[in-house]
Design a protein. Structure first.
Length: 530
């Protein structure tokens, strides 16, 4: 493909979820900014977020209480320093959103706050009832599009980062364009599409983790994937998230015989940590031979349900269910990746010039299992910190590197017909969900590793279209997840090994990390098998 003259900016943001939008808006105060979106700006996990944002805003709440809930949910693997930063700065970031005009729901003039799983306080602020992500995204998107200091490029697929002497100097797009910047911020979101059943949109193919890994960035904690317990599967196969806030407002879970069961699995019953609730549901499905359990919120008044959960109420009605009268059939699906590109407290990576925030990043704040509604908070807090660090440390292109760059291309070519690529993707996603999903064991993980080895050529080749790039990236992140899951011979948080069902104290403070530049002595993860 013909190389075009490079586009040059002070800061490039890759991704249009909340973390990316917030970072671009903040950076535009002092820099020339370009935001690149893989698809339409709104095609993100943020837009789909229902529950809200957790923050210690109530008179009966404190950052310390929020910290303890986060660490407890994280099963001993949280970076307490990162958690402390998040919970202490969270209230200030919520105020920034209010100043930007985000219309959070209110009761008698005060911010409305609800409770979700593993929280000991009502600390979840929300907007539009159960449309928090959409309302938040629309508000930030309006600011983005009205800011002349920000160039916005939708439908721009980034294939690889450009590096020189260990520093990221820009990136390459599928169209062959070269974008160069003093700082690149990855805010590309998640990788949920590597699993067959997922709440994530089709764009969530792990592109950010894969490109950062190829460039030499360290990735960490990839074995920890959170499965949301309550997901409605439509007759057409669509996976529709049912917010944990429904359980926060009194909904209970019932098995196929109509019996409540969560009190047998956790003292907080339906409001236990997500990993425990998800495994409890799977256990009940196996015992009853059913494909789902049921979410029952019929104790609440219809007027309340329509007001508090308009999105979910409308969705249920679309499929002939009345939330006030009927039980919703639900089952777990892949939802969020706790692991990702390893970052410090300011979103910095081991590669100069490269930063990450939001779901693509791993500061250690979530540990082995994310606390409900901490995802938007983390993206908000650390996006702000990334920009503040860039402002302090400089944003200009390094003079000695301005004419140098290195892409991570291989001379091989990969050109897949859609039918073949779709078949491979389906095989991978089904195998990942069944063998490397909620319940894992050595035999199943080895089966996935054999499949990945059979298709090692995908990782070494250079695709020629978006679908092929997404396929390649899915295979990269699948390999990272499976190798980490195989190595961690214990159960902790969202990582559950049937053959090692208990936590092992020897693993409590250990993190599995890997860089494509080679295995370090302190790395615990064996080299990629591909």
């Amino acid at each position: 493909m013909k190389r075009e003259h490079p586009y040059e900016y002070d800061v490039i943001v890759v991704g249009s979820g909340m973390a990316g939008l917030f970072a671009a808006i903040k950076a535009a105060r002092f820099a020339r900014v370009c935001l690149l979106a893989k698809d339409a700006l709104s095609n993100t996990n943020t837009w789909l977020a229902q529950g809200g944002i957790a923050a210690a805003l109530g008179d009966d709440d404190t950052p310390e209480s929020h910290l303890e809930d986060t660490v407890q949910a994280g099963a001993g693997l949280c970076n307490r320093e990162a958690v402390k930063v998040m919970v202490e700065e969270g209230p200030h970031r919520i105020k920034e959103l209010l100043e930007l005009g985000v219309p959070f729901d209110r009761v008698e003039g005060q911010l409305a706050m609800t409770r979700e799983g593993a929280h000991n306080r009502n600390r979840i602020v929300h907007a539009g009832g159960d449309a928090t992500g959409q309302v938040l995204h629309e508000t930030l998107q309006n600011h983005l599009l009205n800011n002349r200091a920000i160039a916005v490029r939708e439908y721009t697929f980034v294939t690889d980062l450009l590096t020189c002497e260990g520093q990221v100097t820009g990136l390459k797009t599928l169209r062959g364009e070269t974008y160069r910047a003093g700082a690149v911020i990855l805010a590309t979101g998640g990788l949920g599409r590597v699993f067959f059943c997922t709440t994530n949109p089709e764009v969530a193919t792990g592109d950010g983790v894969a490109m950062a890994f190829r460039a030499g960035a360290e990735v960490v904690d990839m074995e920890f994937i959170q499965f949301h317990p309550t997901v409605f599967q439509s007759p057409k196969g669509e996976m529709i998230l049912i917010s944990e806030a429904v359980r926060g407002e009194g909904a209970v879970l019932r098995n196929s015989r109509g019996k409540r069961f969560m009190d047998k699995y956790h003292e907080m019953a339906e409001l236990g940590p997500r990993d425990i609730v998800a495994r409890a549901i799977v256990d009940q499905m196996k015992k009853q031979g059913s494909r789902c359990v049921y979410l029952d919120v019929t104790l609440r008044d219809p007027v309340f349900l329509k007001s508090r959960f308009p999105t979910i109420y409308g969705m249920a009605s679309k499929y002939g269910l009345d939330l006030a009268k009927d039980w919703l059939p639900v089952s777990p699906a892949a939802h969020y990746a706790m692991g990702g590109v390893h970052t410090g407290l300011d979103g910095e990576t081991n590669l100069a010039g490269l930063y990450a925030c939001g779901e693509v990043a791993c500061s250690g704040v979530h540990g082995a299992n994310r606390l409900a509604s901490n995802s938007l908070l983390e993206g908000l807090v650390f996006a702000g910190r990334v920009v503040e660090r860039i402002e302090k440390t400089g944003k200009k292109l390094p003079g000695t590197l301005q004419q140098k760059y290195k892409s991570n291309y291989s001379p091989k070519k990969l050109s897949l017909k859609f039918a073949r690529g779709k078949k491979l993707q389906d095989e991978l996603r089904r195998l990942m969900f069944s063998k490397a999903g909620i319940l894992r064991h050595e035999k199943g993980l080895l089966a996935v590793q054999r499949f990945l080895k059979q298709h090692a050529w995908l990782v070494d080749a250079v695709p020629e279209d978006r679908a092929a790039w997404e396929l390649k990236n899915l295979f990269v992140v699948a390999n990272l997840i499976v190798n980490s899951a195989f190595m961690r011979t214990e159960s902790r948080g969202s990582h559950y090994r049937v053959d090692y069902p208990q936590p092992d104290e020897a693993w409590r403070l250990r993190h599995l990390s890997r860089s494509a530049k080679g295995k370090k002595e302190e790395d615990l993860l064996a080299p990629l098998s591909l």
